[in-house]
Design a protein around this ligand. Structure first.
Ligand code: AMP
Length: 459
């Protein structure tokens, strides 16, 4: 769970990146960093916590240059060690570069061991560092089907080689002294978009909401398997793999992770999320007085449910915006407390009412249990919990932070057992078809559904 951002040819590149990272804050709250190039040197600023804490406006003034990349991180691989804050920076025989990664490699441990046996020294525990070593070590010539621009003959083949060795999910931004490079894995697990502003600066970001904040227009997605090079000679696109892979876009980005004001994988998160709620109403109709979203993640599914069923939407739970996402907390007891800090029932709305409560997903079940308890204590007559995705049964190996298989409640209990555990009057999950149809209505195909089906596209 991370967000990446890059900018080429902007006189306030560091500041643009800082803004972009703010828009991507929901993708990672543990640390943030940026790397800026003035054409000769690359300088970095890295810090723990939210973007405002990790990077100060004074730091930005010191980071001079017109090309930059940035990263917000929540640790999926490598733990929350400060050494793992990205972007990573490296000097090697071919110059220097910085790299920021969203996704997770499935064969990083293997590669790392091999490299360490060969004498490589790692400074972090992150899978991203594997890229640095693979880039710096690679020797093979570029694939014969590719004609390289003269600016790309040295570094870009190294990136191709690294891509051929790693397996898994990676949306990358790479900064060189005079180049910005965007890379997406051949399955396209994680989103990555390209934009341009009116003065001709280029931007790369995990989501389009980060383009909006810098006044850039969305141009297109970085395609699965693509290496896009941006420099003073323009834009060049390479496809180092001769064969195309089955696309495996993360459906969970639409369910929960991406911001609803973003367009990712070429469709609006807003519409798809709302459609999931409509499908939920088509599959499971409850006689109730109002539909209550678990803010913010359940809002659009609740809106869709309400529109489809004709049952009014009421904001029966108020969200405190000054605390982070409850899930993104390292230990269970802190998570437990933060649910209460985050949501509070509106007694006026819920007292004596039969409620349909809608959330986007049920993972450990702890959030829902507390919410239902709070609503009942506030006088709700019935609480029906409807989830706008299927039961989460498998951990994600591609960059979403899901707990271990044992911690996933749907692995330990049947739907009826979960209903009893969380104290709901009824519990219903959207079917897999219902979820996929919501996205397919917008002509989407080729999703990774591993967390719901355990069909892992790459292992
Ligand atoms: P729980 O069932 O208590 O584990 O938490 C479910 C809640 O966490 C739902 O409201 C989701 O919106 C949210 N959620 C689901 N997956 C994640 C995730 N990977 N990271 C952060 N929050 C999540």
């Amino acid at each position: 769970m991370c967000g990446v951002f890059g900018v080429f040819d902007h006189k306030s590149a560091a500041y643009m990146t800082y803004l972009g990272l703010h828009a991507l804050q929901h993708r990672g709250q543990e640390s943030a960093g940026l790397a800026v190039s003035d054409g000769y040197d690359i300088n970095l600023k890295l810090g723990n916590g939210l973007v405002t804490k990790a990077i100060k406006e004074e730091d930005i003034k010191e980071l001079k240059g017109d090309i930059a990349i940035g990263h917000v991180r929540y640790s999926t691989a490598g733990g929350s060690n400060p050494k793992n804050i990205q972007p990573f920076f490296a000097h090697f025989y071919g110059g220097s570069f910085a790299i920021a990664h969203n996704g997770n490699l499935v064969n990083a441990d293997e590669i790392r061991l091999e490299l360490e046996k060969g004498g490589a020294i790692f400074r972090s525990t992150s899978d991203t560092e594997v890229f640095i070593h693979l880039i710096a070590k690679s020797k093979e010539p570029p694939p014969s089907h590719i004609m390289l621009h003269k600016n790309d003959t040295e570094f870009i083949p190294l990136v191709f080689n690294a891509m051929r060795k790693v397996k898994g999910a990676y949306s990358l931004v790479i900064l060189r002294e005079r180049q910005l490079i965007a890379v997406r894995d051949p399955h396209g697990f994680r989103p990555l978009v390209l934009g341009k502003n009116r003065s001709g600066s280029y931007f790369v970001a995990s989501e389009t909401c980060a383009l909006d904040i810098v006044d850039a227009e969305y141009l297109r997605d970085i395609n699965p398997g693509e290496v896009l090079v941006i420099d003073d000679a323009g834009l060049r696109s390479y496809y180092p793999f001769e064969h195309t892979e089955e696309p495996a876009k993360c459906i969970f980005e639409y369910v929960y992770f991406a911001r609803p004001d973003s367009m990712i994988f070429q469709d609006w998160v807003y519409s798809i999320r709302k459609e999931m709620g409509k499908n939920l109403a088509k599959e499971y109709r409850v006689d109730a007085d109002c539909v209550v979203p678990v803010l913010d993640s359940g809002l659009l599914a609740a809106k869709g449910y309400s529109e489809e069923s004709g049952i009014p939407l009421e904001i029966g739970l108020i969200r405190n915006h000054y605390v982070g996402r409850s899930f993104i907390q390292p230990t269970q007891d802190i998570r437990d407390l933060s649910v209460k800090l985050k949501l509070n029932p509106v007694r006026d709305v819920v007292e004596g009412k039969r409620l349909i409560v809608i959330d986007d997903s049920l993972v450990r079940g702890t959030t829902s249990k507390k919410i239902i308890n709070m609503l009942k204590r506030a006088g709700a007559k019935e609480v029906h919990l409807l989830i706008s995705s299927p039961p989460v049964v498998g951990p994600c190996y591609y960059g979403i932070d899901t707990p271990t298989r044992e911690e996933l409640i749907a692995n330990r209990m049947s739907v009826e057992e979960i209903r009893r555990f969380i104290g709901a009057d009824s519990l219903y999950y959207l079917s897999l078809e219902g979820m996929l149809n919501a996205a397919n209505k917008f002509k989407q195909k080729g999703f990774c559904t591993a967390c719901f089906t355990e069909n892992y596209p790459v292992l």
